[in-house]
Design a protein around this ligand. Structure first.
Ligand code: CP3
Length: 344
């Protein structure tokens, strides 16, 4: 077996026995590290994503500084809608903006779906990162799920209530489906490009699925995630499905046949795992706010989660959502060290 296939992360993702749970953290390659700011102060966020050496530098920060068990590609879920024609910018304190939001049939028709040439820089970054990782730990690639990506295109940026996006789903379902189908096609090509370039796992981020009712989730999100997963060249490559709202949607998410479901912190992790078909691993599900708390609280909550999951195959230690930028680095390092000491 190759070194990577035998790693803790890949074994846990395929629900095989491990001596302890592997650990990585969503948004681990980011602003809570001062070393990130040393790079960010010199380049724009998109420059960092589009320059393979810089993307590799940032990807490697949590590998070198935290000793996590899997690396995640430094990029963003919004590089695919940008490649489709979105006029994307990121501003400090404001977040992402699309200057040309997608609101009409003409806007949807204008979106391009041949994007692999434009996203070649991601393949190049993956190759540089894999040289640097040198088989030490697996590299996770990722993309946004169609509904979450659609929400940024339609709203023109981040949103609290997804009013315009949901209006499109409800008043113009055919147009919404046309848009979601285009994003799904691009996402399949993009994830297969990452697999071809050498990632060892992929994660699909449906960060805002929680905004949807059960029926709307089924029709406008789940259906496209199922389509994407079915079209991935995934031999030996575990697929992780993440959404905020997984404590409700997980049984449905399982029908899309991912290898791993990443669970938010609203639910007991063992209870939800028991409700899933055998062979589906879970990832999660510490409330990221715990990492703001005192070390004794961090230790208590992490130990509690470990004890709850002790002896379960198919458990990847992670947060229920990403690390916030102002979480103290020391606390994150402490958490990772603690988890790495556990033994089943
Ligand atoms: O996990 C990692 O560390 C790898 C890199 C990564 C980034 N974005 C880097 C980033 C990943 C996996 C993402 C995914 C992403 N991007 C999601 C899904 C994950 C989630 O947290 O729900 C979403 C919704 C986005 C969209 C996005 N990108 C927003 C809303 C913002 C601004 C606000 C925020 O959360 O930071 C970004 C910018 C962004 N993406 C930064 C980083 C490091 C910050 C850029 C900066 O100002 O330095």
């Amino acid at each position: 077996m190759s070194q990577i296939q035998d790693s803790l992360f890949i074994r846990a993702a395929f629900s095989k026995p491990t001596e302890r749970p592997p650990v990585w953290m969503m948004r681990q390659a980011g602003r809570f590290m001062k070393e990130y700011w040393e790079i960010k102060n010199k380049y724009s966020f998109l420059e960092m994503c589009k320059t393979p050496e810089l993307a590799a530098d940032v990807t490697m920060l949590p590998v070198d500084l935290l000793g996590i068990d899997a690396a995640i590609l430094f990029s963003d879920i919004l590089v695919t809608p940008e490649a489709m024609g979105g006029d994307l910018s990121f501003t400090n304190g404001v977040g992402p903006k699309f200057a040309n939001p997608v609101r009409s049939k003409a806007d949807v028709d204008a979106l391009e779906t041949d994007i692999t040439d434009k996203l070649q820089y991601v393949a190049d970054a993956i190759k540089v990162i894999q040289q640097r990782l040198n088989g030490k730990i697996p590299l996770i690639g990722f993309a946004g799920a169609p509904f979450t990506v659609m929400s940024y295109l339609v709203e023109g940026g981040s949103s609290k209530d997804f009013k315009l996006t949901k209006l499109m789903l409800h008043n113009e379902p055919e147009l919404a489906h046309q848009l979601l189908s285009k994003i799904a096609k691009v996402t399949v090509d993009y994830l297969n490009l990452q697999i071809e370039a050498g990632v060892n796992a992929v994660q699909i981020f449906d960060s805002w699925a929680q905004a949807l009712s059960w029926d709307d989730y089924k029709e406008f999100s789940h259906r496209y995630i199922t389509e994407i997963i079915s079209k991935l060249n995934r031999k030996g490559i575990p697929v992780i499905s993440f959404c905020k709202g997984s404590s409700v949607f997980a049984p449905l998410m399982a029908e899309a046949k991912p290898d791993v479901i990443s669970i938010d912190w609203n639910v007991d992790l063992l209870d939800i795992k028991k409700r899933l078909p055998a062979g589906i691993a879970v990832q999660g599900n510490l409330d990221p706010h715990i990492l703001y708390a005192d070390k004794k609280v961090i230790k208590d909550r992490i130990s509690r989660l470990f004890e709850r999951m002790r002896g379960e195959d198919g458990f990847i230690f992670n947060l229920g959502h990403g690390i916030m930028p102002d979480i103290p680095f020391d606390n994150v390092k402490y958490a990772v060290e603690l988890i790495k000491e556990f033994r089943y």
